[in-house]
Design a protein around this ligand. Structure first.
Ligand code: NDP
Length: 332
């Protein structure tokens, strides 16, 4: 991080910092840690929060960004990990070609082998944190009943595309919005009942016609959330997963909270991390096989090279990504 952005991050200024050039991979001392080579970076919207300080751990200046990712062990002084192991990193993988993962940081990585049929990169997408976000949120807060109607914003993205597919499997009527015709087409391929481009179609009109809404999966906040609050059934559940419409400028302000009183709407702040211990096993049993056999589809937006990471983050924040945004830093 070179400077904290006030609007959209500027690639190369606010978000490009690889310190690993300082590491001599043959001789660097590990002090009980692991020398790891970065393979894949997950580009996630919350990274913008860590640049701004509205999530708990603000990135330090003159340090690389860090997040979810996949690395390969090159050398190890940690008994749990061995050269050649592939590690999934939970939020602490630095955006640098080589990293030393300290003993403390190693508490946040796990060694794993991909299941047949699931490419490695999908473990930072549908088979990893974004897929888990969808699964845990619906299980914990959805109180899903067959035949109900769910609306999902940012439905074609990494989280949204899993929410819509799990919701279809649960027998819900699924309405999904996305920001381009290409994304709307993808939503139709996923089996979404009513897919629309919120930039060219009025969300309120769709919800009035296709609602009322029993469950709203909120990825955007702001006026979209207001539109939903006007169009819920009584006792609707709102799963507040993200508020991306406010990440880069004015906060995503909501004006219609009074509707929650009359409709007895339940608003749930959802964070995936604290729910993992409760749901990881069920996710591995229910979702992973459906990803492996193609029942659940996923789409990736891949770029190649660490130098593309900051532009990829800007693309995610502007909606230019189609599918899970992944940076391939090294293929072996
Ligand atoms: P996506 O793959 O969905 O990419 C982000 C998408 O957000 C863009 O493609 C774009 O889609 C949409 N978007 C960007 N700017 C705006 C805007 N101003 N208004 C409306 N939509 C916008 O990302 P993820 O699936 O990784 O994340 C989706 C949401 O889930 C985010 O809000 C993220 O912060 C949240 N999240 C929350 C977690 C939790 O534990 N609570 C964990 C993981 C993610 P479009 O073209 O359709 O507008």
């Amino acid at each position: 991080v070179k400077e904290y952005p006030s609007g959209y991050p500027i690639p190369g200024r606010t978000t490009a910092y690889d310190t690993s050039a300082k590491i001599n991979t043959d001789s660097v001392s590990l002090n009980g840690g692991i020398l790891a080579k970065l393979l894949l970076i997950s580009v996630d919207p919350y990274l913008r929060g860590r640049l701004a300080g509205y999530t708990p751990s603000k990135f330090a200046l003159e340090e690389p960004l860090a997040g979810y990712g996949i690395v390969k062990v090159i050398r190890s002084e940690n008994d749990k990990f061995h050269p050649g192991d592939i590690l999934y990193g939970n939020g602490r993988i630095r955006h640098e070609e080589y990293s030393i993962i300290t003993k403390e940081e190693a508490e946040h990585v796990v060694a794993f082998k991909p299941v047949d049929g699931i490419p490695l990169s999908v473990y930072i997408g549908a088979a990893g944190m974004p897929g888990l976000t969808a699964f845990t949120g619906l299980k914990e807060y959805g109180n899903v009943k067959k035949g109900e109607t769910i609306f999902v914003s940012t439905a074609a993205g990494a989280v949204g595309s899993m929410v819509v597919q799990i919701a279809k499997k649960e027998g819900l009527k699924v309405i999904g919005s996305a920001g381009s015709e290409e994304k709307v087409k993808f939503l139709k391929e996923l089996g979404v009942d009513v897919a629309f481009n919120y930039k060219t179609t009025d969300t309120r009109e769709v919800l009035q016609k296709e609602g009322p809404i029993d469950i709203y999966w909120d990825n955007v906040g702001g006026d979209t959330l207001d539109a939903v609050l006007e169009n819920t059934n009584e006792h609707a559940r709102v799963i507040m997963c993200g508020a991306i419409s406010g990440y880069n400028g004015e906060p995503a302000i909501v004006k219609n909270l009074m509707y929650t009183i009359y409709k007895q709407t339940k608003l749930y702040g959802h964070l995936v991390g604290p729910l993992l211990s409760k749901y990881q096993e069920a996710f591995d049993k229910d979702v992973i096989p459906k990803l492996a056999d193609g029942t659940y589809k996923h789409r990736e937006d891949k770029v190649y090279g660490l130098d593309k990471a900051s532009q990829a983050l800007l693309d995610v924040l502007k909606g230019a990504n189609v599918g899970k945004s992944v940076v391939v830093v090294s293929e072996d």
